[in-house]
Design a protein around this ligand. Sequence first.
Ligand SMILES: Cc1cc2nc3c(=O)[nH]c(=O)nc-3n(C[C@H](O)[C@H](O)[C@H](O)COP(=O)(O)O)c2cc1C
Ligand code: SF4
Length: 403
Amino acid sequence: MNAASPIDPFAPWKLRGLELRNRFIKAATFEGHCLGGRPDPKGLARFHEAFAKGGAGLCTVSYGAVEPGGRTLDDQMCLQDDILDDLRQVTDAIHGQGARASVQLAHGGGFSKWKGWVGKRARGPSNGLNDLGMLVGTPFTRALRVAELPKLADNYRSAATRAVEAGFDALELHMGHGYLLSQFLSPAINRRRDEYGGSLENRARLPLQVLRAVREGVGDAVPIIVKMNLRDGFRGGLEIDDSVAFAKLLQANDADALVLSGGSSAKNAMYLFRGQTIVHELIKAQRRKIDKWVYRMAASRMKSLPFEELYFLDLAKQVMAAVELPLICVGGVQSLASVHRALAEGYQAVQLGRALIHDPALVNHYQEGSKTESGCTICNRCVAEMDRNGVRCVLNDALPVRG
Ligand SMILES: Cc1cc2nc3c(=O)[nH]c(=O)nc-3n(C[C@H](O)[C@H](O)[C@H](O)COP(=O)(O)O)c2cc1C
Ligand code: SF4
């Protein structure tokens, strides 16, 4: 163990009573194994089994839409009864390797090219443009009515209870990256004049209602992790003072841990990834001309940004000073030294995205001492693979392709 870190990352720890074998969590990275919205049980199970077998303590299955209109793409699963048997194969595969399973509960809000919205308006906090849907026939967003919000929170609750039924041990509520709850929090996107817009207290109202609804649905035993933005990273977006205050509200409303990220998939995707732009690869990966145009139009929002390890650490320190609940580091955990540094600085666990896509067995390698660094080059080309044959590292064949 590194002397700088008082916490052993390889020792078991507990999150609200859930015993995890170590402090390594596979971050939610959309898998691309849900064609037409149905999980391919074998593909998705093999994908996550690789991380579980490779030593991760908790594996996060990505993008479970809480209602059909919460998808941003047609190939995302919706957490309804008809897919629970398929998902059970995924959680069984993860459990079979000694890890625990978590699923990300998400809603795209006004950012969607799901075909169900074509000819209609996707729903967000305010009327506006739907950047992703612009050229596929759903260019506008309609403001959700106050009367629609209880049903929305209820759909999060039902999705959460179904996830637990399918064998998930923990839940990750997506409140960052420009998806629906992040849209409500963001002053640039949420221009409402009612009790859901304006002050932070108002912008946080729906996210907190959702958190309480999910807790009510799953009871006391299941850990609820919230992934949130430290900053949106674009003009007029959520800033650190508000996110610190929001973290306190999440703590007061019984969240179990916070994953501290930033950025918006719609407006500045590179803020959440850093490194080389993904736009050229995304354009190449699209099959339809119209989708290529969408990404060409979005190119200015996906400019390369410098990468450094633990790139959210400095902002996260402000949250660390304000709350006591466990904080989870995400963003550039690319070496064992960074794992130790993150824990020494005040995080309680680390999430790894690209480092595990590159080498799903990296945690075992760290523990055995056969590696101390990830071989990931931060080329970000794995992101475009979700639109080809499923997310994988372009440098190797460590993960299954869709098939
Ligand atoms: C291929 C890919 C897909 C991703 N999909 C999601 C997602 O569905 N939900 C999410 O919250 N973050 C997603 N992310 C972001 C990661 O969870 C993480 O926040 C980001 O990659 C930074 O962590 P890293 O430096 O360890 O990769 C994705 C990242 C990658 C590389
Ligand atoms: S494609 Fe491979 S090397 Fe490139 S960022 Fe993704 S995981 Fe890392």
